[in-house]
Design a binder for this molecule. Structure first.
Ligand code: NAI
Ligand code: 15L
Length: 270
């Protein structure tokens, strides 16, 4: 895949979500047709779009969803910590269905929205890279570990390339002090996904999704072959955030660990 070429058809799952709405526009230049999917309402198809509703937990539907697709940007799933059953269906069964459908439909590349919560129980005082041990901070993080490991298996066994994006915090603006380290601007998100789609032979690569934040905890040097260069930084928002958001008690686990409040979420089951 050359850097300047367009894909014929890209599938975007989770297209009704927060990041899906951003990438629904942001991916348009890269494909003749963008197929957008979600189990939530997506509205009418826009120019150069196909709208295909689908529940990721339904294997037969997911198999049809990937027909005729050259690349998948997989955002669909539960995006926060919570009870196990929905995470099981959307993130574990769902990602398995997606990779099985990719294998059967000969889809060569997936960009997988993983999460910083795969390593959320590393300390904020640590700098880590993608080879640091997985230390998920909840069931949601565990489900993203499953997705990353499944994608590794599908590369080693079937040659399906995946770039796993361990996204930090991608929102319109920095909301709290932790996000001064984890922030990924929407423009940088689009650029990161572009790099993941067009990189020459990425094989199986894991990269943290963050802007150029001075306080960042993650070293992406082992993913430099993707060519991702963040243009934005949380730093410019620091004065506003520090004026508006009081610091946490330093002993609060949310201030100690990279996963923030996720490390103390739940339990959700009796
Ligand atoms: P979101 O919760 O706004 O969107 C997720 C979408 O997935 C929703 O539209 C939902 O309807 C859909 N979905 C859930 N289960 C489904 C199923 N079984 N079948 C079909 N669709 C299903 O989340 P957001 O913020 O847009 O995140 C997108 C992806 O990026 C998620 O996978 C999330 O885990 C990941 N991520 C996001 C981060 C962020 O800062 N926004 C940080 C780290 C990871
Ligand atoms: C995530 O994985 C979530 O999807 C997102 O909603 C944020 O909570 C983000 O991590 C974060 O760590 O800020």
């Amino acid at each position: 895949m050359a850097d300047t070429s367009q894909f014929d058809r890209i599938l975007l799952t989770g297209a009704a979500g927060g990041l899906g709405r951003v990438l629904r526009e942001g991916l348009k230049p890269f494909a003749r047709i963008l197929r957008v999917s979600d189990r939530a309402e997506l509205g009418d198809a826009r120019p150069r779009e196909e709208v295909v509703p689908c529940d990721l937990a339904d294997a037969a539907s997911v198999r049809r969803l990937l027909e005729g697709v050259e690349a998948v940007v997989h955002l669909g799933g539960i995006s926060v910590e919570g009870p196990f059953e929905p995470i099981l269906q959307s993130n574990i069964v769902g990602v398995y269905n997606l990779y099985e459908a990719a294998r059967r439909n000969h889809v060569p590349r997936v960009v997988f929205a993983s999460s910083n919560h795969v390593t959320g129980f590393h300390r904020q005082s640590d700098r880590i890279d993608a080879q640091a041990p997985m230390r998920p901070d909840g069931l949601y993080g565990v489900s993203k570990c499953f997705g990353e490991n499944l994608s590794r298996f599908y590369f080693d066994r079937y040659g399906i390339e995946t770039v796993c994006l361990r996204i930090g915090s991608s929102f319109p603006e920095v909301r709290d002090r932790r996000m001064l380290s984890t922030f990924l601007s929407y423009d940088d998100l689009v650029e990161l996904v572009r790099c993941a789609l067009f990189a020459e032979s990425p094989g199986h690569t894991v990269i943290y999704g963050m802007s150029n934040n001075t306080a960042g905890w993650w070293d992406n040097s082992k993913a430099s072959h993707l060519g991702f260069r963040a243009r934005d930084s949380a730093d410019v928002q620091r004065p506003r955030v520090e004026a508006q958001v009081p610091p946490l008690d330093p002993a609060d686990p949310a201030a100690v660990y990279q996963g923030g409040a996720f490390v103390r979420a739940g339990p959700f089951e009796e």
